[in-house]
Ligand binder design. Structure first.
Ligand code: HEM
Length: 534
């Protein structure tokens, strides 16, 4: 598909401006005669207020910065498109997942999580992998990471977790690293982090290229078909180039020599026509199988082992165009896990439920009020009609007398009416219970999958993980915290804890029972699980 056929690019064309060779003007369109000297009383005299050109230019400059994202501040975006290999109509009515003739335009933003906007690319961190599909039925955002699980199980802990991850308050050190006391204190006090920490200590946290990492929706979502039947789904992105990591020493050298290593790589690949490709995969489960696992499928610290629930490859994303303007596109794009289209719905995963609040809330601040969906990169290609009006930075000029529903004047001044057909309808899940601040005890096992991860690693990978723990914990000042981490990870694998302890002067295990060293506990757990994705 060339740009002419890409509806998103046609839309963006209306906003693209080429200044080259044009006469300099003020924001009022007035031609400017002199852009090198301010207006003065005599050549050596004071500058005078009357110089509206100077004032406008300086004021705009003074206001150039917007708040960086509270997390995932450093990122890099690109345009692309999605093609579907096979229809998923048996599971979903989402058009872009059922009609193989549609090419869906999209925008991707890859990011690190902890560092600030100017931090280095090659730090040990999770990578964000957010995709905005501009579908005919509205924007659908798949806001994922490059690891299949997450640190915490309930969104209420997210502010605590991020406070522990970010640089410490007295001195804002360390800038973009988790090698410090508050991070490991949180880990040792919240054992649900164990599985994710294993991924973060592995090469997955040091991707060689954005083009060579996987993406995961992490949460369990629902697909809903035309008949209203629901299946559970996990989303995956698989890079066509395979998964490749840097090793620690490389990351350190690169961070010094080229802090933009990953973004430069992506930019250059697209400029050279080596378009990065990622295949979309789904793991699908029948609703009836919800409780056939020894973990809770609503628990975001657990993955569905692919040997039990195979990943079915259903389509491909190709990144084929760089941005024209980093700020306008990459910085102003607003992803939200709650941007859905008919045929996709949420589950009660308590992490997902909390995210539904957080994204719009933060974007109201970051992008200056309720009209940020009108920013070009955020506009859907599907038409927008509603009774929302006014507010900071409103662009749309809504015509007509009425802006409310229902109204008796609609014949003369039509307002949008709710769609009787094709409107988004939430899945009618039966919910029953008492209001309670608690977590199901089906979320209690914090170690089996962490242990499974450790035992699935090759000896070289295990050594790299041990080295990572030793380096990170070596930067922790508190002996107590270091010891507690060793104690916690002795429940993942005794040999892991012993090796970490050796490197940081801690006691191998203070009498904490080690987890069983079964290669894949999930395999035996789940033999009864019937999978729909065959
Ligand atoms: C960005 C909150 C968990 C992936 C953000 C932002 C917030 C946030 C406030 C900044 C958004 C912006 O300024 O536009 C949360 C909360 C979470 C959570 C409260 C848990 C309760 C997750 C999880 C994933 C994830 C589990 C992955 C599955 C991302 C990504 C971005 C992001 C990729 C960057 C989006 C971009 O590139 O603009 N998150 N997050 N987050 N989050 Fe989360």
């Amino acid at each position: 598909m060339n740009d002419k056929e890409n509806l998103k690019h046609e839309q963006l064309d209306a906003y693209r401006v080429m200044d080259k060779g044009e006469a300099l003007t003020t924001n009022q369109g007035l031609r400017v005669e002199d852009d090198e000297h301010s207006l003065k009383v005599s050549p050596r005299g004071p500058t005078i207020m009357e110089d509206f050109h100077f004032r406008e230019k300086m004021t705009h400059f003074d206001h150039e910065r917007i708040p960086e994202r509270v997390v995932h501040a450093r990122g890099f975006g690109a345009h692309g498109e999605f093609e579907l290999y096979e229809s998923l109509a048996a599971y979903t009515k989402a058009k872009f997942l059922t009609d193989t003739s549609i090419r869906t335009p999209l925008f991707v933003r890859f990011s690190t999580v902890a560092g600030s906007r100017g931090s280095s690319d090659t730090v040990r961190d999770v990578r964000g992998f957010a995709v905005k599909f501009y579908t005919e039925e509205g924007n659908y955002d798949l806001v994922g990471n490059n690891m299949p699980v997450f640190f915490i199980q309930d969104a209420v802990k997210f502010p605590d977790f991020i406070h522990a991850v970010k640089p410490e308050p007295p001195n804002e050190i360390p800038q973009a690293s988790s090698a410090h006391d508050t991070f490991w204190d949180f880990v040792s006090m919240n054992t649900e982090t164990a599985h994710m920490i294993m991924w973060v200590m592995s090469g997955r946290a040091l991707p060689r290229s954005f083009r060579m990492m996987e993406g995961f929706g992490v949460h369990t979502f629902r697909l809903i078909n035309e008949e209203g039947k629901s299946h559970f789904v996990k989303f995956h992105w698989k890079p066509k180039l395979g998964v490749h990591s840097l090793v620690w020493d490389e990351t350190q050298k690169i961070a010094g020599k080229d802090p933009d290593f990953n973004r430069r790589d992506l930019w250059n690949a697209i400029e050279q026509g080596n378009y990065p490709e990622f295949e979309l995969g789904v793991q699908i489960l029948n609703e009836e199988d919800e409780f056939n696992f020894d973990f809770d499928i609503l628990d975001a610290t657990k993955l569905w082992p692919e040997e039990i629930v195979p990943v079915r490859i259903v389509g491909k994303m190709t990144l084929n165009r760089n941005t024209d303007n980093f700020f306008a596109e990459t910085e102003q794009v607003a992803f939200h896990v709650g941007h859905l289209v008919p045929g996709i719905d949420f589950t009660n995963d308590p992490l997902l439920q909390g995210r539904l609040f957080s994204y719009t809330d933060t974007q109201l601040l970051r992008l200056g009020g309720p009209n940020f969906p009108e920013i070009p990169i955020n506009r859907p290609i599907a038409p927008v009609h509603n009774n929302q009006r006014d507010g900071m930075h409103r662009m749309t000029i809504n015509q007509g007398q009425t802006s409310y529903h229902k109204n008796s004047l609609a014949n003369n001044h039509p307002t949008p009416v709710p769609a009787t057909e094709g409107g988004y309808r939430h899945y009618e899940e039966k919910v029953d219970g008492r209001k309670i601040k608690a977590r199901s005890n089906s979320f209690d096992d914090h170690f089996s999958q962490a242990s499974m991860f450790w035992h699935s690693m090759s000896p070289i990978e295990q050594s790299q993980i041990v080295d990572a723990f030793r380096f990170e914990l070596g930067k922790v000042m508190s002996k107590e915290i270091r010891q507690r981490v060793v104690d916690v990870f002795s429940q993942v694998a005794e040999d892991l804890a012993v090796r970490i302890a050796e490197g940081i002067g801690a006691t191998p295990a203070r009498g904490v029972a080690a987890a069983p060293t079964v290669i894949s506990p999930a395999l035996s757990m789940m033999t009864s699980a019937k999978t729909a994705a065959t």
